[in-house]
Write a protein that binds this ligand. Sequence first.
Ligand SMILES: Nc1nc2c(ncn2[C@@H]2O[C@H](COP(=O)(O)OP(=O)(O)OP(=O)(O)O)[C@@H](O)[C@H]2O)c(=O)[nH]1
Length: 396
Amino acid sequence: MPVLERSLRYLFIPIVITFLYIVITQHLSTIWQGWLPKINELPYFLLGISAVLALLFNCWRISYLSLLLLGYYYFESSPALLPELALLSQEQVILTGTLIITFFATFKDRALFSIYFFKTVLAIGLCVILTLGWSAVITHLSSVDAGLLPNTLKLLTSLYAPIGISCIVLCIFTIWRATGVDSAIMVTLFIWLFHFYLPDELPLSILLTILALAYLTSILVRSHNLAYRDELTGLASRRSLNTLAHSLNKHYCLAMVDIDHFKKFNDTYGHDVGDQVLQLVAKKLSKVEGGGKVFRYGGEEFTIVFTNKNIEAVLPLLEEIRRKISQYNIVLRNQRRKNQSKLNRDEGHKTNPVVNITISIGVAEQHGETSFENTLKRADKALYKAKNNGRNQVFA
Ligand SMILES: Nc1nc2c(ncn2[C@@H]2O[C@H](COP(=O)(O)OP(=O)(O)OP(=O)(O)O)[C@@H](O)[C@H]2O)c(=O)[nH]1
């Protein structure tokens, strides 16, 4: 996916939606003001639920953040506890929170109950130490010589500069990783900073409710992707095809695509290279024209569905994609590439083996009352014939 599309999807749109939620909630203040005592309880439930659900779906970063925010909310809403626990100034709290959120953005989701638990606790401790150390340096510099660090510059260096750097790091990771979970972490920073810089705009309970909804949405999207997307190729999965089958009208074309001699390919070059080839074929197939929807049927088989298309219209499109794949030179990457210097890599690139693969396609048209399974079977039979006729061809 191009960087611009990733930035739009995973960075700007989630932030804009969160901002809109905040603005709408502000405008509806007359409605929720009366419910505030009840709303104040909501973060406990919603963040609690998101912590548990995130754990079930292996999004431990969301789980940790939910728990940390729950803790913060508990202390914020219990004034009796605050004086004893206010070890950090407000500025230090903002910075520590920002650093912790940035830490979660740069780390990957790992098992919760493992060595990573201790690493995470250590990292959170390190964020506190970094904040205290940074504040001490700034205070020292300004006390040594007031001219060295005027007041305006002091605030800039002590707070705005590290927060700015954290924001940049977070944006880079959100765009690079391009997942809903990373967008949710970005939204956490947005809400965290909003809470401190515009404290009178919305109560913390409402901000955390909005954030918990963002967490639950990201977990839902992730679980939907797990069910309906193929992890290796990123294509829609067979379950997704079965769901589409219920909503298809009576006129469509179905193509079954199979990579030729893939077992031999795997045996020769290894399963990892086989996986890369599957990803490549998926990418090429998804560029098929005529509005064809591509699914990974299973193994090295793919299905393409063209709604409201005749077989005559579909055949040239499939023929074109078959030709493109067969002519594509796949340069096999050297497995030791990472350990080589750039010069060696450039040299190696010239000597890396180049291979070609081919695909066979079977097509069937549905017109009338026959069931989806029946059309699928006919496409499968056509594929079998394409294989028997010598492979690397489209058979209808
Ligand atoms: N690397 C990799 N290989 C897979 C995956 N799924 C299935 N395969 C392999 O795909 C191969 C399919 O082999 P066969 O069904 O015998 O077909 P083929 O070798 O492609 O031969 P023809 O279809 O007759 O041209 C098997 O070796 C599977 O292990 C996968 O996700 N990754």
